[in-house]
Design a protein. Sequence first.
Length: 293
Amino acid sequence: MSFRTGFVAIVGRPNVGKSTLMNRLIGQKVSITSRKPQTTRHRITGVQTLDSAQLVFVDTPGFQTRHGGALNATLNRTVKAALAEVDVVVFVVEAGRFGPEDEQVLRLLPDDRPVFLAINKVDRVTDKNRLLPFAQEMAARFAFTEIVPVSAQHGTQTDTLVQSLVPHLPEGEAMFGPDDLTDRSSRFLVAELLREKVFRLTGDEVPYGTTVVIEQYEETPNVVRIHAAILVDKQAHKGMLIGRGGEHLKQIASVARADMEKLLGTKVFLEVWVKVRSGWADDAGALRQLGFE
């Protein structure tokens, strides 16, 4: 039996569950999640290796339609580049909901490659009879290769989605080792975990103007020492992140360190500072320096 391998882009508007879906598919948290939009800012790959195939999932930022600026322009270029380079596309929508932001992404979908529709969050639909009419409505909008209702949160039908994707991958040898889960470094992943905690544990205003830089990453036999800086856009945000007596920053660092220890499988010594770098999200040069593609 021939072996198949290829890239599968996961695309959709912000907050439809793209990162949760990828983490579920590969069985490991490599893409951060939160309820706030623009959590994913980088192109992140997750690898699932089966006996007969290797699927390299590409988690993309949610396509931005509401805000301009250099950061959002960079995120949208990342989405478009992924769509141009992959073998198969999974377009994720929320069950029973299709709005203008979803329509914007729909217009980007290629017509020369297989495109699957994953109707996510079906667990939240109390009346399951609503799913079929919604699927039929979506089928009328685009010639999807297949439509699969899923729950990324609970794993419902995610295996079915994978098995449906495999026959559409090109034949070829595996690109990654059988135990590889991502092409991203541990240094990158711990930075993302810290940024996730900033998103989850602060108010709505702060996360957009923040990013994380790992200034020191040292592995020793018994501990990984990490010095990280949270960059904020405004001086006022620095105080909001630190909190009275530094308590808020301590909470963010503590929760992040616990997740880092799970990821790395070893003790982590984590020091976190907050630094002001005004205008970084609207500065194309600063974005390149900070690792945005």
